[in-house]
Ligand binder design. Structure first.
Ligand code: 5GP
Length: 131
């Protein structure tokens, strides 16, 4: 099992932001900004565009709900969405609260946040998602 599948299964710890039977959302360990979240299918699939249409549609609808929760927890202009997948071979959507387009630059230095800060951020998003 790959690292993200283990995270979704709870075998590797993560800062949980949202979940349902099929999908899981958690904080990126090297965030570009506070609230930078990854959304994944529990099922192991590498390339997002290998997903079947109906699964991909449900994935995006789940990501939308997470984005709404992120925006409520971390007021921003919009939540940006990006798919790279160059590092981890398990489909994932990056959701990033943006104040400007600069926040979507993956070459930017990453934030260094304490475990307490990460927990607090994840809790805020989880609370909004659960409303
Ligand atoms: P990508 O595959 O989209 O190019 O990059 C993978 C992303 O996953 C990176 O932003 C990286 O910080 C994040 N990441 C890699 N390994 C872990 C991990 O073990 N836990 C968490 N929470 N994020 C990770």
């Amino acid at each position: 099992m790959g690292i993200f599948a283990k995270i979704a299964a709870g075998e590797i710890p993560s800062y949980k932001c949202a979940e349902n039977d099929e999908f899981y959302a958690f904080l990126d360990i090297n965030p570009l900004v506070k609230g930078h979240t990854l959304v994944i299918p529990r099922r192991e699939v590498d390339y997002i565009f290998d997903m079947e249409d109906d699964e991909l549609a449900r994935f995006e609808v789940f990501a939308k709900k997470v984005a709404v929760a992120i925006k409520a927890a971390f007021p921003c202009v919009k939540v940006g969405q990006a798919v790279l997948g160059l590092e981890v071979p398990h489909a994932h959507i990056h959701l990033i609260p943006m104040q400007s387009e600069k926040d979507m630059n993956f070459a930017n230095p990453k934030l260094s946040l304490s475990a307490e800060e990460m927990q607090e951020i994840a809790c805020k998003i989880y609370q909004e998602f659960s409303k």
